[in-house]
Design a protein. Sequence first.
Lengths: 417, 1130
Amino acid sequence: MERRDFIRKSVLGTAAFTIVPRHVLGGPGFTAPSDQITKAIIGVGGIGYNHHFGREGRLVAVCDVDRLHLERAVKRAGEGVKAYSDFRELLLQKDIDIVHIATPPHWHGTMSVMAAEAGKDIWCEKPMTRTIGEGKRVIEAVQRNGRMFRLNTWFRFRGGFYGLGTTVKPLKKIVDSGVLGWPLKVTVSGITGYDWKFYWSGDTNLTPEPVPEHLDYNMWLGPAPVKPYNPLRVHSKFRGFWDYDGGGLGDMGQHYLDPVQYMLSKDDTSPIKVEVDAPEQHPDAVGSWRRITYTYEDGCQIILDGENKDKDAAYIEGPKGKIYRGFRSTIPKIQQLAASLPDPEPQITSFHESVRTRQKFALNEMNGHRSCTMVNMGVAALRLGRTLHFDPVKQEFINDEGANRLIFPEMRSPWSI
Amino acid sequence: MKHIRFSLFVLSAILLLAKPIAAQDNRTLDTKVADLLVQVPASDQQKLNEQMQAMLSMEEAGLQMVLDLVIPAGTGDDTKARVAIESLSRYLSQPGMEMQQVRWEAMILKEIEKREDPFVKSFFISQLYYFGSEATVESLSTYLCDPKLQDPSIRALRDIDPEEAANLFADKLDQCEGRMQIALINAIAETGNSSHAKAVAELAGSSSPELQGSVLACLAELGDPASHSLLSKAAKETGYMPESTRATGSLIVYAQSLSEQNNRDLSLRICKGLIKKCTAPEQVHFRSAALITAAGTESIEKSVSLLVDAMKEKNKVYRMTAIRYAAENNTPIDPWISAINGTKNNDVKAEILSLFGMLGSEEALQVVNSYLNDPDPMVRQQSVLTLALIRQSEALPDILKYTLDYPTEPDTRTAEAALLQTVGLDQLAMLTTALEGAPEGAKVVLIKVIAAKGDPSSFDILFSQIEQTGAVRAAAMKNLYLVSEQRDLGDLMRLFDQLEDKDEIAAIEAALVASINRGSHKEVSTQALLLHAARNYSVEKYIGVLAEIGGKEALEAVYESYGSGDEDTKKRAFSGLIKSNDINATPPLFQICSRSDSDREKEAAFKNYVRIVTSSALPDDQKLLLLRKIEAYAGTPANTALLIRAMGSVKTFLSFVTLSSYLEQDELKSQAANALVRVVLPSNGLDNGLKGKLVKEKLIIARDIISGPDTEYLKIDIQNYLDKMPEETGFVSMFNGTDLSGWQGLATDPVNKAKLSGKKLQKLQEEANEKLKENWSVRDKCIVFNGHGSNLCSIKEYGSFEMIVDWRITKKGDSGIYLRGTPQVQIWDTTRVEVGAQVGSGGLYNNKEHESIPLVVADNPIGDWNTFRITMIDERVSVYLNGQLVVDNVVMENYWDRSIPIYPTGSIELQAHGTDLAFRDIYVRELNVDANSLSKEEEEEGFVRLFNGKDLSNWAGNEHSYSVEDGAIVIRPTKSGGNLYTEKEYADFIFRFEFKLTPGANNGLGVRTPMEGDAAYVGYELQILDNTAEVYAKLQPYQYHGSVYGIIPARRGFLKPVGEWNSQEVYMKGDKIRITLNGTVIVDGDLKEASKNGTPDHKEHPGLSRTSGHIGFLGHGSLLWFRNIRIKEL
């Protein structure tokens, strides 16, 4: 597996992202009206159908392994949109610029790599990959093929950030200014405005049932191990199983943690330790947890408080100040202070601009992989029920063979990336 | 069952080092396994570790029993066994466990061999994912051609020993076909063992693209030089186009592998060939990949020149790949400086400039600066942004100069972005200085940036720019809101009064709003604004501001303008009201909705009223009242549907009731059913679902109606919830909506009542009932009172209960709810200051000693409905009025006889007090708080109560593990379990109690036992156990519920479902013992008789000779409840 090191130096590179705003490089000779950028959606069940159908870009193809989903999508998309049940065929359609991957997470890595190798740009749902190893291979394939990659969470550059009542930008400015001191502790809990969605737990002891004729279950499973079909494993219920996702932590974790990595300027590294306080986990179904604590080499910590135990928790706490839910702070007039500080480095926040100008999107394969690694570290510690130590450079767990076996398990054939 | 945790602890330490059996552990193996599994899943890491140690210390036969419990899916519940097995595998995968792995590995391997079901086999194979040794490699290799077991076997083998695994995979290549052959090829690729390249290559040329693709990918990964011609040929045949075998991609990966093995020449030959051949747009990613592979192979010098050369190409995708690769690999700068100076292509110049920015390279500054005045706007702008990135605030003078030099689009946008990135408060002065004399376009940029810094001291500077004209004035106005503070209100109002331009008005409106909202005294500012507006006769002009700042006064003023202004004013006022997010906008919206002539207005008012109420922070009770208030004005089914959806987010019993009423309307029942389900089911892992008979009945109806995406899953959730819902009556209606059944007149007060004879009382009651008809009636599903006569009383009498009642009074109104025939939870018009009504309704009006005044005033306006939620437990009362707590657990005094506490039971009465009244939706839920009281019969028979429902008096022992909650004794799982004994000893007795189990629960009832020692042996233990738990499937007959442990087995099958209360009686007299569970005798035996040939469990039972002792609950770490405990000594 040494070849994997070939691109690794760039995986670990600390170069800043490209920074040129849209009007600069979208100049003469390369401006394309947005309707000229074409897209395809793989997975038109929940997210793919409800969130991404009519958004920017001209839809030219859809794909699903459930015939009912596909038929519904075709009906909505209207004429001229091609329908596929095997995404490999879709990837060979020439007039597709962007492939939107809206399948359950166990497919994200494989499809991203294959899309990159087919010369497509990629818009991938969160979480980026279900394992750390898949994430590394996505980076490699995307970069080798000169592809643009967008991970679909957005808080680091847009939108009110849950209970914070603000965008991430002013928080980033405050953190960067050093006014809170260092190291920082970030608490992500109900108290600070987040919902860990513990109802995304899996059902255990499922009875095997016949696969409905409209579903290609073998293709739905893809690289995941075969387990007997039950309707509670698939479609909106997949979030509760380790084979496909990881419950609230797996599915919402990157949403909540990616902006934190950005704020703490940790986009090119990972925590060195993860501790869990949780009940014993089922082999197949995701259960709940009470607390997950990440520690970085410089002492910064991110605490996921699943039981809202720390009632007075600040969202960000430093030795010199705290910021609470609703952007309240021990620092007087914090909003004014935030406004007064210089803006952070600009980011490209339109994927179409990124596709046109070939500049990295704000949340791309590199920083996306790092924030997803947080999720996957947490999942590993939770499943194993023990504290794990991590080497952010090698991207391996230290002195824990069991944990390292979760980094890149062999995929079920014929899938391999 | 026996306690296990403590003894195991002691043992585990020894067992880890020594042989597996310890002398003092006299539990049977079954018991040990059951004891282990009942603790699964462990609640935390410490418990998990203890559990793992317990497993490790178990003899092989015990572990085997756990393994045996795993069964094929769908044939029973083996969840606990699977969890325990997998946990142990994971546990053993941590460092330092190699010794312990051996035994477990051997057992797992044996199990894999033994089992038939492929999924069960797979489960056991998956245990070896976490660890495994040569034994696993040897054993699993037999499954490499098994279609169902190949994948898990490969997964385990690859990680255990990649070298040996590769050999095994290669060996089997010609024994499998299709997908299985592919699996082996893929796995060989992952091991990276190139010695098998030849074997894999032999499979090339397949007509299956899937297989051919795997072969090529594998060969690419292995990087054997001998594969060159095969891979090249395959790619060539595809014309280097994307296709299903992905041959060209594999060729590039092959080049990478060669490069890593230092076969640079061949690698470069391939890459350079591809760069030359792949020039079509759809090949650009192949070409890019070839480029960076070559760049990574070449020396740094040659690598840079390759990348720089790429800048000569027409295709931007290709060029930018080179730029990004250079940026991420810290390329030397000089060749790029030559390149930028040597090109005439402005796109390329800009791209190289962006590279300098990404590299943050100081060496490039001179070049970057030289482009600041480039005639090409794109090049110029890129140089500015690059400069900002490299030098940050030090670049400010140059950026300012650029701002002044290029004051037109699109440079102004770049100037703004660069300034925002470099200017902090410290640099603000430079900007304000530059403002003077700057060209118009630059001024606009500077104003925007100054404002964006949000410094209130910039207000004056920006305000002064309003005197300018055109774009500068517009920019100053538009950005003023960013720096406006409370103290600027006067200036802003004076300016505002003069404005006529629509955009200018909008800009200063925003500034006014900001100055008011940002201040610490919003009410004062609002007052000042209203006063100013009134004085200038210009309230209309301020409508937008007033609507946005909100508050009661401001929104009332807006509504007034709506009513009195001209068309335009009316329009703006209306628009302000419907855009508001303030709950104070709802009364005006209600008025508009109910009165307006315009359907369009009505519709908008309705929708926004519902929106504001739903998103408000009001308590749910109040939200529902407001939603119901507008119900009659919905006008269209679509609006009613909207209202129904809104009610779906209000989680109250009355919301459920309201939604139920729509279940029979064809047009709306689907909406209603979906909303009702939302209200009833618990949310987000909370325990807030609604319960009771009525709920159950309607939920079943709703379940059969609901539709929409993923309904099938929701139906499963509903069924689960129904299955788990406890059998309790819950709320029942006290009023059927049509007549006064269940109610009667007030005969007389309780004191008098007690003195009267039955006959006399009956006569009085009949008279009262007759009189009632004159004063109380039912109209529009409400009970109404016309202001004469006396109270309306429930026929049924209530002790402890929770009730819900909606009430409405007229002006000067006065009423109340009597509890247990006693006045009263007060209802009155809060304007009646003369009688002290300003304190609000809900108070316990007649209390003298205890609080009589409500905590807050929570009344709705006269004529609107109010909701009471009243809870009365024993003598204490809590009242919520419209969702706000107004009485917090206060003792209600006995008004009729202050020398005694309030009566234990009595009727609920609606008070008549001389004004018109209405009541609706009256529901009551009786509370089972007297579950611990003796029945009359028992009292007469001589039973005494052993548990008072409140504390543990009469009990001794481990009082830390046991506590009293909601009138029951609960034992929380703790490490040591713990026993709770009666203080007194008993010989012959009838002991009655109720208990409630949790899944897998285990406890015991000790009788005739001393407080020390193991009651099962030193006294008797009557088993208390969830017989249905899978983990107890293999117990001995004398270990199930009710058995005299180890001595007399009990009959099984008479426990209520887990989670329901069971009642049990234990009769002991001499050697006779009889146990009755839920009315069925499950043990009827003789202790002497049963043990005369030795006890069935072959253990010593010294307790057999005891004739008296304590009675106690014997904890084994499970959660259980006990209540209603009473005894009669014989």
